[in-house]
Design a protein around this ligand. Structure first.
Ligand SMILES: NC(=O)c1ccc[n+]([C@@H]2O[C@H](COP(=O)([O-])OP(=O)(O)OC[C@H]3O[C@@H](n4cnc5c(N)ncnc54)[C@H](OP(=O)(O)O)[C@@H]3O)[C@@H](O)[C@H]2O)c1
Length: 328
């Protein structure tokens, strides 16, 4: 990736989402909130803000409705609690969502964190693995029947856009420390306290996401579900606010010259969810371009990890939910 990111063109004119509905996870800040704003500006009729903090979500909803460009279109905005660091919350979210939104057109899997430190999640996994990866696999496992039925009702494939990161290719620890050699389990490798360098933690969790997306896409019917993943490049959001002060100063300097505005980042997520066609199914979009599968994922070791990861993830999911037919 070049230091200076390429310029991004705005969304094409003429997009009209009237009558359509969307759900965005992690919609209370950064790219999720901006994507919400852009979809509503494009006339989206119904939006569910999936947020871990309901009062923050309510404040976001009020701010969105205070925007004249949005309020003039009279959309319905709902808040639904979703803490992706808590499997009970995910299961409860997946049960309640179809009750408050019987049909969905667009699901944006956006909630995510970037952490240097190993931090245990209440689920027993490391927090980055849980929040960025396992939570999304559980959401997909529990929502797939609803997403498929939605497509039958709307007559168009339900769109799922998962927000990934090209860091999965650049910063991953996997090629250097193959877990196949040193560990029997990929999840155990990532959950362990000492194995991963702090700068690989985020990238490794996003590598799992990309692998899962590549494994899941051929198992779903693209006439019912179009699933893609997008990396919006470096975007000026609060994702690096967790860093210790000395790192934050450096990162803020880099962001000042390199990062895209959140508006531009939002264009890229909306592009993946609304503009990119069915040909984007099972593809990773870097900005607006379909990227080749990463060198590591294409390698023999990478392919083996991808297969083992699928099996391990199914074992994890079976402990929590009944798998839909696509995952069996
Ligand atoms: N910014 C970038 O340069 C960049 C680049 C590539 C990809 N991405 C990806 O873009 C996505 C959004 O990141 P961002 O930059 O917008 O970060 P952000 O500003 O920190 O926003 C993250 C969002 O995720 C939510 N979230 C975090 N933990 C959660 C949990 N346990 N349960 C539910 N929601 C949770 C946050 O909720 P709260 O509001 O409650 O904190 C917030 O709404 C992430 O997946 C990230 O990996 C970002």
């Amino acid at each position: 990736m070049p230091f200076f990111q390429p310029k991004v063109t705005p969304l094409p004119s003429g997009i009209d989402l009237q009558g359509k509905s969307a759900v965005i996870t992690g919609a209370s800040a950064g790219l999720g909130l901006e994507t919400a704003r852009q979809l509503l500006t494009l006339n989206l009729s119904t939006l569910v803000l999936a947020v871990r903090n309901e009062s923050k979500g309510k404040a976001c909803m009020e701010a969105l409705l205070a925007d004249l460009d949005i309020s003039s279109k009279s959309p319905t905005i709902k808040i639904l609690k979703l803490d992706v660091n808590d499997n009970t919350s995910i299961i409860s979210f997946s049960k309640t969502l179809p009750q408050i939104l019987p049909v969905v057109d667009i699901l944006i899997l956006n909630a995510g964190i970037s952490r240097l430190k190993h931090n245990p999640s209440p689920t027993g996994h490391e927090e980055s693995v849980q929040v960025n990866y396992l939570a999304n696999t559980l959401l997909l496992a529990t929502l797939l029947p609803y997403l498929t039925t939605s497509a039958s009702q709307t007559g168009s494939p339900t769109r799922i856009t998962w927000v990934g990161s090209r860091m999965h290719e650049i910063m991953t620890s996997f090629p250097k420390k193959s877990p196949l050699v040193t560990h029997t389990s990929i999840l155990e490798y990532l959950d362990a306290k000492s194995t991963i360098s702090p700068f690989s933690r985020y990238a490794d969790s996003k590598l799992l996401c990309a692998m899962f997306m590549y494994s899941l896409a051929p198992r779903v019917d693209p006439r019912k579900i179009v699933l893609n993943m997008v990396c919006p490049g470096m975007v000026d959001t609060g994702i690096s606010d967790f860093l210790p002060v000395y790192w934050r100063v450096l990162v803020d300097l880099v962001k000042a010259v390199r990062a895209r505005s959140v508006e531009v980042g939002g264009w890229l997520i909306v592009n993946a969810a609304v503009v990119a066609g069915e040909e984007s199914h099972g593809r990773f979009l870097g900005d607006k371009e379909v990227l080749e599968v990463s060198k590591y994922i294409r390698s023999e070791a990478g392919r083996e990890v991808q297969e083992n990861l699928w099996d391990e993830t199914m074992v994890e999911l079976r402990k929590i939910t009944t798998l839909p037919e696509e995952l069996r």
